[in-house]
Design a binder for this molecule. Sequence first.
Ligand code: PLP
Length: 359
Amino acid sequence: MTRVFNFSPGPATLPTEVLESVQAELLDYESSGISMLEHSHRGAQYSAVHAEAKALFKELLAIPDTHEVLFMQGGASGQNALLPMNFLPEGKSADYVDTGTWSVKSFKAANKLAKARWAGSGKAGDRYVKAPLDLELDNDAAYVHITSNSTIMGTQYHEYPATQAPLVADMSSDLLWRPLDVSKFGLIYAGAQKNVGPAGVTIVIADKSFIASARDEVPNIWSYKFFLEKDSLGNTAPTFPIYVVSRVLRWVKDNGGAAGMQARNQKKADTLYGVIDGAPDFFRTPIEKASRSVMNVVCNLPNADLEKKFVADAAAAGLVNTKGHRSVGGLRLSIYNAMSQEGVDKLAQFMTDFQKANA
Ligand SMILES: *Cc1c(COP(=O)(O)O)cnc(C)c1O
């Protein structure tokens, strides 16, 4: 068996130890004689997993009692629709910040059902270059929506805007990359498949009083109130993805918790940006240094043929999924929590060698 280093933006690499532990107990979960895949969402074994996943999020992110963890489905895209359904009654509007593709999708989803307005943009010319803090906020907004890490553009908020209205963040690609002051947020959501687990479960961390302000007319299955009331077990929860998330969270805890992740992630990002800054005519990026993403390192090479060659040669060297998103081209090197320094060092060496051979 050969495992390669996977720099995919998502679904993304998972810790090898987690995959091994899942494999080891796949057929017979804790001597129950059946797999976690087969356990009832109301049975003792799964109930313990559900409680542990929630408890570990609370512990690792020091989530205050004012907030609760929900496990939902439909991905971040689902959340984009649920937000206006739940929190945007007629006559109200919500503020959105434009940091690229995902924020535009969030905005459009809201505008379909209700009124969304742009409150700021990270765009300069035809590229997104920063995570803007200079916003023009509507103080009557139902909420303010940001995308904490712009997975495609490679920009990231390293501090968050101060808002009067509840701050809502799509943290799909950077939840748990470091410690977080959860009390600043009305609601945080993230598809698990980038930084905390496999596809199939959406993590929501929300202020219970914000949830209490949601509309009552929403059908239960799309209602945050219902999920809060039923401890995310009002219908069949995505049991296996939540189980894998619980194991990823154990791994995070064993590796220094959120602070441990931050140290690890900062070192990985510094390694790759060091290579980029060492050859800025070759590894080109318009992104402002203060807004560079620690999760998705994005750059262009001098031409598209070189970019194609890089992606192919890197894959042949066991460094897969380095291609940038088609909207910006170039390279996108995703180095979420589970990516090792070993993989990043190997990639950095490959980048340096490639630059020397092709500059
Ligand atoms: C991947 C991603 C999404 C899309 O998530 P789905 O779970 O596929 O709906 C949304 N927002 C951000 C920031 C992402 O990185």
